[in-house]
Design a protein around this ligand. Structure first.
Ligand SMILES: Nc1ncnc2c1ncn2[C@@H]1O[C@H](COP(=O)(O)OP(=O)(O)OP(=O)(O)O)[C@@H](O)[C@H]1O
Length: 231
């Protein structure tokens, strides 16, 4: 477990003039419009903006799930516009953990199996993955739920399982797209505090999109998007 790096550390995320244009038939939709963003190691950046402002588009680019149309994007030392598919796969497995509004847990796998999955896919030994998974599940307060299916959990417990899963390969960056969007304010607060603790006590760099204000008090920076642009 690392402590929070000093703010002087080299930026983990550097985006310059970053754009993502979608083409749906003959319609051209601007998802992200010439965005410049630098995020230093140890920051907790909260992305805000109305629906359709580009938050999910930016997070998908940062996660290497989608490719920019133009601009420059370096994340954890990798040039995401030029990276090979092999380098991108390694990046997605080891460098970023992602948490979604809808949890995205596999319904037929237990909490432990869901959390282990990315570790096994990355090729780590089963015993090592299970050891790490158990530790993160305990850390998320779900020790008694290890062998339960997602359908037997509350929304907050599902999201905490998803956070444990995002951490299984020890990524330096945690990306969260509306992680509290399906939770009541109590559970939303618990999830935000967990993310903030991972940032402050465990040195994870966090970029989180949200409509709410639960995370504001923990943010090192709030970035606002409108119509795909930073405002
Ligand atoms: N796959 C796609 N094809 C075409 N247009 C898209 C696609 N994905 C996103 N868009 C468009 O890009 C713009 C930005 O969408 P995005 O999902 O990034 O916004 P958002 O701020 O995350 O919204 P929300 O808060 O509702 O999740 C919107 O106009 C959206 O319709």
């Amino acid at each position: 477990m690392t402590s929070r790096p000093s703010p002087a550390s080299k930026p983990l995320i550097v985006a310059r003039d970053l754009s993502r244009i979608y083409h749906a038939g003959k319609t051209r939709v601007v998802g992200l419009d010439h965005v410049d963003l630098e995020v230093g190691a140890g920051e907790m950046v909260v992305l805000k903006g109305v629906s359709g402002s580009g938050k999910s588009t930016l997070l998908a680019l940062l996660a290497g799930l989608d490719r920019p149309t133009s601009g420059m994007l370096h994340v954890a030392g990798l040039d995401l516009l030029k990276a090979s598919s092999t380098a991108l796969t390694h990046f997605r497995r080891r460098k970023v953990g992602m948490v979604f509004q809808s949890f995205n847990l596999l319904p037929t796998l237990t909490v432990l199996e869901n959390v282990c999955l990315p570790g096994l896919l990355a090729g780590d030994s089963e015993s090592e993955v299970r050891r790490r998974a158990r530790a993160w599940i305990e850390r998320m307060g779900l020790g008694s739920r290890m062998h339960h299916l997602p359908g037997e959990l509350s929304g907050g417990e599902m999201q905490r399982t998803a956070i444990a899963r995002a951490l299984i390969n020890d990524p330096p960056i945690l990306l969260a797209d509306e992680p509290t969007g399906n939770l009541d304010s109590d559970n939303g607060g618990i999830v935000v505090r967990l993310l903030a603790d991972l940032n402050r006590s465990h040195g994870r760099t966090v970029v989180m999109a949200t409509h709410g204000d639960l995370a504001d008090a923990f943010a090192t920076r709030i970035v606002r998007l409108r119509d795909g642009r930073m405002v």
